[in-house]
Design a binder for this molecule. Structure first.
Ligand code: HXC
Length: 264
């Protein structure tokens, strides 16, 4: 593992083999996100977007907390404008994560509540430890999710199940989230990072342009009509065929050797 890089007082990054691991390191508040943390996450993602060295991002937390939501201390006695400002900022940063060209894996170690659950939903994969707990408890505060929770969750699991979670605010474990199709695997806590890193490195080893294009095609395909999505798939494939990496991949297969992808 490379040196740790401090992104913010509560955000630490390490890198290895094309995988960046960003850890939320605020165990005393179970990873709750202050405005400063959301801002720092936003600039981090902006830089990562154009960082070719990083092929996959893994997002995780510390101890019992992945991210227990927005920092509720900052919800108390602020003006409506300040409250709205925090919500808008969060939504914008979460959208940035969704649109990150590199795939992102959420390695959920503990509480992923409110904005923390939304953050996980913005990742392409969620790997959960048996200690993970997911939920949108905002209704218990007299509020509702504001980082895309009602929208993204509904698209992923359907309206009745999304409403049940949004309107009761109840928590669910990784096994239930897996049954809903939100989580790709549930493992013992000690296996969480090895599992998330194996997934990330398995992707980081592939041709970078094909990986980015694949992520985009799946996401865009969900948003557009079948005909347009199929056409875009053909166009992407046609473009990928012209890349050096595709020539290298095919040559390596025929020469029975490992491909060396350069991302061009
Ligand atoms: C600030 C938080 C926090 C939060 C936990 N803490 N969650 N501080 N904001 N969201 C702090 C507690 O105040 C406490 O600090 C310490 O973390 C440990 O938490 P406890 O409550 O003592 O632990 P436990 O009894 O085990 O309960 C864990 C918990 C509970 C079930 C996760 O902390 C909880 O319900 N937290 C709130 C979760 C929530 O409502 N999230 C949604 C926020 S709204 P001290 O100093 O007392 O030790 C939201 C909207 C997002 O996310 C919109 C877009 C971004």
């Amino acid at each position: 593992m490379s040196e740790q890089r401090q992104i913010h007082e509560h955000l630490v990054e390490t890198r290895r083999n094309g995988v960046a691991v960003l850890r939320v390191n605020r165990e005393s508040a179970l990873g709750a996100l202050s405005r400063g943390m959301v801002e720092a996450l936003g600039s981090y993602l902006e830089d990562l977007r154009v960082d070719d060295e990083v092929r996959v991002l893994v997002l995780t937390g510390t101890g019992r907390g992945f991210v227990a939501g927005a920092d509720i201390n900052e919800y108390s006695e602020v003006s409506r404008a300040a409250f709205d400002g925090y919500q808008r900022l969060s939504l914008e940063v979460f959208e940035r994560l969704t649109r990150l060209p590199q795939p992102a894996v959420a390695a959920v170690n503990g509480y992923a509540l409110g904005g923390g659950f939304e953050l996980a939903l913005c990742c392409d994969f969620v790997v959960a430890s048996t200690a993970a707990r997911f939920g949108l408890p905002e209704v218990k505060l007299g509020l509702l999710p504001g980082g895309g929770g009602t929208v993204r969750l509904t698209r992923l699991i359907g309206a009745p199940r999304a409403k049940e979670l949004v309107l009761t605010g109840r928590r669910m474990d990784g096994a239930e989230a897996e049954r809903m199709g939100l989580v790709t695997s549930v493992v013992e806590p000690a296996e969480l990072m090895p599992t998330a890193l194996a997934l990330a490195e398995g992707i980081a080893d592939q041709a970078p342009l094909a990986v980015r294009e694949g992520k985009r095609l799946v996401d865009d395909g969900l948003e557009s009509g079948l005909g347009a999505a199929l056409l875009r798939e053909q166009q992407s494939l046609s473009w990928l065929y012209t890349t050096e990496d595709a020539r290298e991949g095919v040559a390596a297969f025929l020469e029975k050797r490992e491909a060396r992808f350069l991302g061009r």
